[in-house]
Each structure stands twice: as C-alpha cells, then as structure tokens.
Design a protein around this ligand. Structure first.
Ligand SMILES: [Fe+2]
Ligand SMILES: [Fe+2]
Length: 297
C-alpha cells in the first residue's frame, strides 16, 4: 500500500505560506533554468539541453507517408479530421496547442517588466516563467523537426485574437490569476495525456517515441512547477473559483483544437484537472520540478 505524498493543488494556503513559497520558488527557478538571456528570450541551461537534442538527432525509421497532409492542416484544419491518420492528427494537434502557448507569451513578454525593472519577487518569477515558455515552443518545434517537418512556421492568430492575448497580462491580479493558473494546469494535463499517446501512435518508432518523450519531459517538468507557482498567487476564494473553472476552460480550449477529441479522452482530462495532486507524476520528474509546501503531506 502506498500513501499519498501530496495534497490537492486546490488545498487552501495562508498568505504567509504563499510569501515563503514565492521565495522558495525564486531560488528553485534560478538554478533550474540558469542565466536568463533576456535578449534571446532564453535560459542558459535550457539552451544547452536543446543543443544536446539538436546535436544528437534521431529520425523516423519510416518517414511520414504524407507530409502535405500535415502542412495542409497544421495551422487550420482543412480536411475532415476523420480522414487523417493518427500520426498526422497528433502532430497538427501538438502544433495547435503550442501555437496558443506561443501567442500568449509573445503578447505577455512585451508588457510585463523586464528583469532590470522587476522590483518584486513575483515580477522576477514571471519574467523567468515567460522565458521558459519560449523554450517550450523551441522544444515543440524540435518535436516536429524530429518527425521530418522542417517547414513549420509559427503563424500569429487572427488580429483580434492576438489583441485579446495581448490584453490578458495587463489585467489586475484578481482577474488574471485564476485563469492563468487553470491554463498551466491544463498544460500539465494535456502533456500527461500526450505522453501516453506517444506510446500508441509511435509503437513502431521506438527511437522517435523516446526522443519525443524526452523533449516533452523537459516541458512537463517546467509546467508542473508553473502549476504550483501560479497556484501560489491565489487566495482561498480564488482557488475555489479555479476549481470551478477547470471544466468550462478545458472544454472551451479543447473545442478550439479539432484534433483533440479524436485523440484524447476530454472528460478524463477534465477530471484529471479537477483532482490534480502531483501523486501521479513520477518521482524523478518531481525531483527536478517544484511543489508548493502546502501541497506536501
Ligand atoms: Fe509551457
Ligand atoms: Fe507554463
């Protein structure tokens, strides 16, 4: 019999606990990502990790049968999703998820204070957090490259959607903190389900399967830490609201990506979000990530 080591992410916390946790997170994040390379929107340790992957490439044993099907549908689904094979659907789905992330951080990077103008620990944390998100887009791009897709472009959303994303980080904390937290939680849920999908879709491609998992792990480890960090911005009422928001948020977001319902069990993803507590995350990933003190038993 095993005992749960962690409490629900929705566990209440005191103001004092959250102050201490921000200090603790700030220590963690500096050693985790290494030096912030602000001009490049990058972090030294993460840059080295990506370079390792690039210098040790792996390839599909059998190249994609129909790369044009990917290029036709990756920005917008043009074909009927049912007509596409699961590999193509998975890759266009990955792109669309990552694209949302990219658009969100692009808008935020220009409006949040840079490190020289970050006077509070929360601002410094947020700056590094955004740099990590840019690293994730590079890792996603590397996943697509690994599958032979070297003509992928990161395309902006429609102008009004871009505007919405740009306005979001300017909202006051009491409006912004709960959706920002639920978005991070949705990321972890998606990545955990994607990890299992790799086993199914890439059963005949063991090297690429292992590589995509390694690339995804780099992202997921950061996202687990982001979940705790964004949770730490939220008080007792906000955390209850966050739990209520999981279902509508996940539903809305995944409805916008036509691939998702063909590849994933969305009700299970919603349930996983509502009950998230770190206990299902492998210990070696937790060891490289960060969990708020009040979520530890
Ligand atoms: Fe991310
Ligand atoms: Fe994140």
């Amino acid at each position: 019999m095993t005992f749960a080591k962690y409490r629900s992410i929705f566990t209440p916390s005191t103001k004092q606990q959250r102050i201490e946790n921000f200090e603790n997170y700030w220590e963690f994040t500096q050693q985790h990502g290494g030096e912030l390379l602000e001009n490049d929107r990058d972090l030294a340790i993460k840059r080295d990790k990506l370079a390792y992957f690039k210098n040790n490439p792996v390839k599909l044993r059998k190249p994609l049968a129909d790369p044009d099907a990917f290029y036709r549908n990756y920005v917008e689904m043009k074909d009927k999703p049912e007509s596409l094979d699961r590999m193509t659907l998975m890759l266009t789905g990955i792109y669309k998820f990552a694209r949302h992330e990219w658009v969100g951080i692009k808008g935020a990077w220009d409006v949040v204070p840079d490190m020289a103008n970050s006077h509070h620990i929360e601002d410094k944390i947020s700056r590094v957090h955004l740099a990590e998100e840019f690293c994730h887009v590079r890792l996603f791009d590397e996943m697509l490259l690994t599958c032979g897709l070297d003509k992928v472009e990161w395309v902006p959303l429609s102008p009004w959607k871009e505007k919405v994303y740009e306005q979001f980080p300017k909202f006051p904390g009491f409006l912004m903190d709960t959706p920002a937290f639920v978005t991070e939680l949705m990321g972890v849920t998606f990545y955990c389900h994607l990890y299992r999908l790799f086993d199914e879709v890439l059963a005949d491609e063991p090297e690429v399967c292992e590589r995509l998992k390694a690339l995804l792990d780099e992202i997921t480890i950061d996202e687990i830490a982001h979940v705790g960090q964004r949770r730490n911005f939220i008080g007792d009422l906000g955390i209850k609201i966050s739990q209520w928001l999981v279902k509508p948020f996940y539903t809305l977001f995944f409805d916008d990506i036509p691939e998702v319902k063909h590849l994933f069990d969305v009700p299970k993803m919603i349930k996983d979000g509502e009950t998230f507590d770190f206990n299902s995350i492998p210990e070696d990933m937790i060891a490289r990530s960060w969990v708020p003190s009040y979520c530890k038993v």
